[in-house]
Design a protein around this ligand. Structure first.
Ligand code: CP
Length: 313
């Protein structure tokens, strides 16, 4: 693996899922692979899970880990040929080149602006780092994908499935803020590429994800119809792709105990952080079918498998 930006970078998704599960079973016994190597994590946006789980994964393999919070005053320039006489103090060409000299793997998190769809869907920040870095680049979430989250979600489903090919429903749920499509895009992409589940996506009219991510999934605009017979329910809010960045106030899409009763005693999943009683009711989130903490735990083992694969381990 050269870089880790999407499901397409995995040699095979089933192999990567199995490797993550193996690292989970052998935790604290994998410190030699990255002995003497350095991992730099660069965050342009805040994070709890991605930051701590990736650091933990680095330590698991023996990396020295350096994390830089670049969300504050460090303004990078990404435009080719820019006249840098405004706010940006440094061009990504130098920043990526310099950081590459300090580490063996460079991991980057950035969010979309949700104003300019074309710019966001070109995934300019992560792709600029790939272009100018001389070490492997890991996406810690980009404008349009969250691949480490999705790999952890595959691991969680693999651990809990009760049939060879479970029905997985990704459902839109309400949120008071405009959110990226990254988690939902990535989840759909990984589920289809994994090939071991049947994926249904439920979202209101006007909230269909970009077609490049939903090929191979069934898309319904009726949440209750989608939930019938589900083995896993994955709730997430995303803003509109068609009316780019727009959101909607639709409290009838909250995942509740009544909605979960339509399923095949499904497990509930969410990437966290979650808005209680907006995305999902307390009863579902605190219930015995909720897998949200297991998903967060599996972030470490997903990241461990990816970092090891990038080192050729
Ligand atoms: N799920 C996830 O990426 O969480 P953080 O934003 O806390 O990293």
């Amino acid at each position: 693996m050269k870089n880790f930006l999407s499901a397409h970078d995995a040699t095979t998704v089933p192999d990567l899922v199995n490797q993550a599960r193996q690292y989970k079973q052998t935790k604290n016994h994998n410190r030699e692979l990255a002995d003497g190597k350095t991992l730099i994590n660069l965050f342009f946006n805040p994070s709890l899970r991605t930051r701590i789980s990736t650091e933990r994964a680095g330590y698991e393999l023996g990396f020295q880990v350096i994390t830089m919070d670049a969300a504050g005053g460090w303004k990078l320039e990404f435009e080719e040929g820019a006249v840098m006489n405004l706010d940006s103090a440094e061009h990504v060409k130098e920043a990526a080149g310099v950081l590459s000299q300090y580490c063996d793997i460079l991991a980057v998190r950035s969010f979309p602006g949700l104003e300019d769809r074309q710019a966001d869907y070109e995934d300019r920040i992560i792709n600029a780092f790939v272009k100018y870095a001389t070490v492997p680049v890991v996406s810690l979430e980009s404008a349009i994908r969250h691949p480490l989250q999705s790999l952890a979600d595959c691991v969680t489903i693999a651990e809990h499935r009760r049939s060879e090919r479970p029905k997985v429903v990704l459902t839109w749920a309400p949120h008071p803020r405009r959110l990226p499509q990254a988690v939902a895009n990535s989840f759909a992409e990984w589920m289809v590429k994994w090939g071991e589940v049947d994926l249904t996506i439920a979202n209101p009219e006007g909230f269909d994800l970009a077609p490049e991510f939903t090929a191979g999934a069934r898309v319904l605009h009726d949440q209750e119809a989608a939930l019938h017979g589900a083995d896993f329910v994955y709730a997430k809010n995303w803003s509109s792709y068609a009316d780019y960045g727009a959101t909607a106030d639709l409290p009838n899409w909250t995942v509740s105990e009544q909605k979960m009763a339509l399923t095949n005693d499904a497990y509930f999943m969410h990437c966290l952080p979650v808005r209680r009683n907006v995305i999902v009711t307390d009863g579902v989130l605190d219930g015995d079918r909720s897998l949200v903490l297991q998903q967060a735990d599996n972030r470490t083992w997903a990241a461990t498998a990816v970092l090891a694969a990038l080192l050729g381990g």
